[in-house]
Design a protein around this ligand. Structure first.
Ligand code: FNR
Length: 375
């Protein structure tokens, strides 16, 4: 951390100069120490995917339409049989105690106050039961495959017993590729930041590899998704299982065939394999592959309500917000996250009203203009 960086404690009011959701990103560097900020905001490798995620939204502009009566407009929708007041979900983000002492509890309060669905991470700083106790039972729980299959199933059963509505199975991060930015900033987890849900699990020993074996194939990939593992988890669950981290039509179709209740198109915010396409650029293709009625969510790169509008126009039913959520948490705790969601929703409503959309399902690709490629 730079010695001269002044870090403020979280505020208990909304700063006057927050005028749009993305302003929380600008303010976060006054509330998060630089090494932690590098871990949170950084991406893997050269960060080409991280940059592309945000840039690809600028390939589309929004076509305004007048003469439409939107006086009955609303952002409500139904996902997998449940009503949602708006399409903005809080993505699973690990280790929220890095930025706020109330961590996921505060995020759960914010979700409650804004009628949002929070997706609590396996790697939360508070237990999934504690987080569920701080919210209504609208929330979802995210699972990473654990080294031991019984531990994975036990996490899922705990989530079901705690009242979560849906399991989000993340399949794109078996290997947590270190971010160069975080390494350069010498980031390491402070002593007090623990993964409360799995703290008592046996840690996977580093195997004694034989000569010629690889840490990638023979170690890390041992906890990767396989058809058998995914099928077993889906069959054992009484609640819908949605798969997060899908970037190709083929994977989407396979997960669909394995019984996934939905798919989240995501490249983990550019934090896994660098060099993969932006999530936005593959969204329409995946929507075409799974059909119009299959639940399809989206994340990676959303920084405004205009981005939410564009993702929905290109095929998403709803979207997840990752980093913006954490920036807002660092600035003003639950109040900040709630305010950030409110701003995103208002920004989305503005786009809907100005393009003649009274409801989410009227947001179609025809509302967008694809900019010409530069020659
Ligand atoms: C994440 N993400 C993530 N995803 C997941 O499935 N489980 C997790 O525990 C985490 N943890 C996590 C930590 C941090 C610091 C970040 C920034 C992200 C990924 C997250 O859910 C989401 O896919 C991306 O953050 C979306 O991209 P944007 O909105 O950050 O651009």
């Amino acid at each position: 951390m730079q010695k001269n960086q002044k870090i403020y404690p979280p505020l208990n009011h909304i700063p006057a100069d927050i005028l749009c959701a993305q302003d929380y990103e600008r303010l976060a560097s006054s509330f998060i120490p630089l090494d932690r900020l590098a871990y949170i905001s950084g991406g893997s490798g050269d960060e080409t995917t991280l940059v592309e995620n945000c840039r690809s939204f600028s390939e589309f502009s929004i076509i305004p339409r007048s003469l439409k009566d939107v006086s009955k407009g609303h952002t409500g929708l139904n996902i997998m049989g449940k009503d949602f007041v708006h399409p903005v979900l809080l993505a699973p983000v690990a280790h929220q105690a890095l930025v706020h002492p109330e961590a996921e509890r505060a995020t759960a309060y914010a979700a409650e106050a804004t009628d949002s669905c929070m997706i609590a991470s396996t790697l939360s700083s508070f237990t999934l039961e504690d987080i569920a106790g701080n919210s209504s039972h609208r929330n979802w729980f995210q699972i990473y495959f654990q080294p031991n299959d019984e531990d994975t199933l036990s996490l899922m059963k705990r989530a079901i017993n705690a009242g979560y509505h849906c399991i989000v199975l993340t399949v794109d991060a078996s290997i947590q590729v270190p971010s160069v930015r975080a390494l350069q900033a010498k980031f390491s987890f402070p002593e007090h930041v623990k993964a409360a849900n799995i703290i008592h699990q046996t840690v996977q020993e580093k195997p004694n590899l034989q000569s010629g074996q690889s840490h990638i194939f023979q170690h890390y990939m041992q906890t990767a998704a396989t058809r058998e593992r995914v099928k077993k988890l889906i069959e054992a669950s009484d609640i819908p299982v949605v798969v997060k981290g899908v970037m190709s039509e083929d994977d989407a179709m396979e997960y669909c065939a394995l019984g996934a209740a939905g798919i989240i198109v995501s490249n983990h915010g550019g934090r896994t394999l660098d060099g993969v396409p932006s999530s936005l650029s593959v969204l329409s293709k995946i929507r075409r592959a799974v059909g119009t009625d299959y639940p399809l969510l989206f994340d990676s790169g959303i920084r405004s309500g205009r981005d939410v509008f564009k993702a929905i126009a290109l095929g998403a039913d709803a979207v997840l917000i990752g980093r913006l959520q954490i920036y807002a948490l660092s600035v003003a705790g639950a109040l900040g996250v709630a305010h950030m969601v409110k701003l995103l929703r208002e920004e989305l409503e503005l786009c809907m009203a100005m393009t003649g959309c009274s409801s989410i399902d009227e947001i179609k690709k025809t509302k967008l203009h694809k900019k010409m490629e530069k020659l």
